[in-house]
Write a protein that binds this ligand. Structure first.
Ligand code: UTP
Length: 297
């Protein structure tokens, strides 16, 4: 099995209920951190990791995502005519080259595992990455690039892993680690949303994966698991039981859970503070807010 990963699946067919009513008509992945939609961060990270084929698993009501990656002739002409070249470049950088991006539909939101399975024919018989755009990871080197480099050595299947507080484990897929070497650990088990007392560790799986086609075959016969959804974690756990190699990768970077309101707001502040054009004004504002809070106490 080749160890070079050129295809990435972006499951974006979820209902995004935690952001209602916004997500009634806007896909969650179009929500913006400062001025870039979540999906743009995911695409940039994939490109930086060497991905050249982008597979979106979408659903009804997600057409704004398809439009986002398309040309916008009126906008482009207007910016060109008015000499706004920097903005024009920013805009053009979002256009995806023809043929690089494919959209398929998940007819019903039956779970992340089912969404990935929907992409099976486009993935074919080679390793592939999965990126969940609502997990945004800030850092010097993109998380997927770090994983692709590690994967070139290990092969097998790899999931991004991060320690979370023990009382938060039931919000995640959790690894049962065996040996550890550098950033890579071997998993001897994996369980989705365990009860706090039953979790094998506090190493949570974050939304970046490099998977082999064996996982797609496992998904083929997967029954709904935690939350009544077809879980990707269960298909990976089956692979471990069948003797396949599954590794956890401790990435370097700060992960924001942009699928939750608190995480999304934290990411917004962090990304704004990283910008020269916004930092000072935002710091002043935050300083005022803190002073007001202290005065009120
Ligand atoms: P989430 O668990 O965050 O679900 O999915 P969600 O529907 O997006 O949001 P909430 O919980 O209702 O607020 C994690 C990822 O898996 C995708 C989502 O789009 C998201 O990228 N997903 C989930 C699917 O593509 N299909 C599904 O059936 C479920």
């Amino acid at each position: 099995m080749k160890r070079c990963v050129t295809k990435a699946v972006f499951p974006v067919a979820g209902l995004g209920t935690r952001f209602l009513p916004a997500t009634k008509s806007i896909p969650k992945e179009i929500l913006t951190l400062v001025d870039r939609p979540l999906i743009q961060y995911a695409i940039d990270e994939a490109r930086a990791a060497g991905i050249t084929e982008f597979i979106f698993v979408t659903s009804r009501g997600k057409s704004a995502l398809e439009d986002y990656f398309d040309e916008a002739p009126v906008l482009e002409q207007t910016l060109a005519r008015t000499g706004k070249t920097a903005l024009l470049e920013t805009l053009r950088a979002t256009n995806m080259e023809s043929g690089a991006i494919a959209y398929i539909r998940q007819r019903q939101a039956l779970g992340l595992g089912h969404a990935v399975w929907c992409a099976r024919k486009l993935i074919g018989d080679e390793p592939f990455a999965v990126i969940l755009p609502d997990d945004v990871i800030a850092g010097e080197t993109g998380c997927l690039k770090q994983m692709v480099d590690a994967y070139a050595e290990t092969g097998g299947n790899m999931v991004a892993a991060m320690e979370v507080p023990q009382d938060k484990v039931s919000a995640y897929g959790v690894l049962d680690p065996a040996g550890e070497q550098g950033d890579v650990l071997r998993a001897r088990g994996m369980v989705e949303k365990p009860a706090v007392g039953a979790a094998p560790s506090n190493l949570a799986v974050i939304g970046r994966y490099i998977l082999t086609p064996a996982i797609l075959r496992n998904l083929e016969r997967m029954q709904p698991g935690a939350g009544g959804e077809v879980q990707l974690t269960d298909a990976i756990a089956d692979e471990i039981s069948a003797g396949g190699d599954v590794y956890g990768f401790r990435f370097r970077g700060t992960r924001f859970d942009c699928g939750s309101k608190a995480g999304f707001l934290q990411a917004t502040i962090a990304f704004a503070l990283a910008r020269d054009d916004l930092r000072d004004e935002l710091f002043d504002f935050i300083g005022d807010v803190i002073s007001m809070r202290q005065a009120a106490q």
